[in-house]
Design a protein around this ligand. Sequence first.
Ligand code: GDP
Ligand code: MG
Length: 481
Amino acid sequence: MEQIISFGDTIVALSTPAGSGALALIRLSGPAAVETVADAWKGADLRLAASHTAHLGEYIGRDGKPLDQCVATIYRGPRSFTGEDMVEISVHGSGWIQRAVVNDLIERGLRPAAPGEFSQRAFLNGKIDLAQAEGIADLIGASSRAAHSLAIRQTKGQFSRKLDAMRDSLVELASLLELELDFSEEDVEFADRSRLASLAEELCATITRLADSYGAGSVIKEGVNVVIAGIPNAGKSTLLNNLLGDDKAIVSDIAGTTRDVIEDTREIGGILFRFIDTAGLRESDDVIERIGIGRARERLAKASVVIWVIDVTSPLSPQTDEIRTSMRDINPDCRLILLLNKTDLPRDRWSFDFESFKDSLKNLTESQENGSAFHGDEPLLCGSAGSESTAKEIENCLEKTSRRFIDREADVVITNARHYEALLRGRDALERVLAGLRDGLPADLIAQDLREATHHLGTITGAVTTDTLLQTIFSRFCVGK
Ligand SMILES: Nc1nc2c(ncn2[C@@H]2O[C@H](COP(=O)(O)OP(=O)(O)O)[C@@H](O)[C@H]2O)c(=O)[nH]1
Ligand SMILES: [Mg+2]
């Protein structure tokens, strides 16, 4: 039988967003949940209701007036989300009814739930572990198919099981080492040093694989940063508006119109993309424009993909060198898509043609001392920033360049900064274990590092927690979750 902690008080919250809708859900958890609703209920006696049953009835306020006709679903602990007795009332979704029923329940002695308090109770009752609870929060926040599929796997505990297995083997070895300490006089070795070393190495490798997935994981969760860059008037804002299907940025033929960073997200092929329009790169005396250009550079440094827009009607400028340099030096992992823009204009207005551009690109790629950021296989598109066909081509390129993120969908992928940090700390401790073994350090010193590694891995699933950690994690959840 599971051990269910009684938190004493019973909590209540509106679990659906505030505001009007067809229906809304009010959720209760705790020892008085069933009884409190039963007191207000006109219909079947809910005190006698079996677990996992739904009942149509009327909610009568404390003043004796009916508030709504609604459905109450009864869950009896420990077979509930939190492990406690729970009731979920679906009411009609008027903002007034929602408030009136919640307030009435509070007047009957229930306490308004803190953010994430239902999940916190579920965690403390061993219903879910911390990583799973965080997966639920991610699931609620998921804004693309890929992010959703990662979150749903985390809620199912795939990552947790992997961590628990790693932790179990560490705990076993640590206890063998600690046993040796009890027999320190007799100079025995219970823990096989070479097995310990190979296990520590194996765990380090697994942790490294997991930690390496964090980059891709956070990109899936937050969106792939696509920065649109180029000189002023190249057509960047036109392209942004076209890709977003919205007049988000002001388009004009006055160079320097876009001064701030303008961005929005859109899902393409299951991946969330964050499109970022920037101020055109050029030397400028205008203070505000210079700030904008500074921000453009910062965004370039964090981009996963840069769409470099080149206006075929103006000469190739020195700023194009700057994009290349910043991509090579600051952000070498970034992928590049080149768009030769305004090719709808008559040929006699072009400053260079496609072939000569390709040649100059080739020269850049080949000249070693140039240290070019080009690999020579960047997609090179010709078109018009505002046309449907160009938008389609760019979308195809983006999908292709971002496949590397989506391909991770099959693995366990880290999406959470807290997990990432704990993994790195765990690995540091394991590396000290390995060094200690190499240097023949005494068992107690090695055992200490092993314990530390176990501790860090344990913080991820919540095998080890502190009140402050729980507070930080659950306070970011929604009320009612
Ligand atoms: N003919 C033509 N004009 C374009 C194209 N793309 C942008 N423009 C024009 O170029 C000017 C500058 O565009 P804008 O998007 O504001 O450039 P930005 O400074 O790079 O953001 C505007 O007058 C646009 O209408 C294109 O593909 N073809
Ligand atoms: Mg612009």
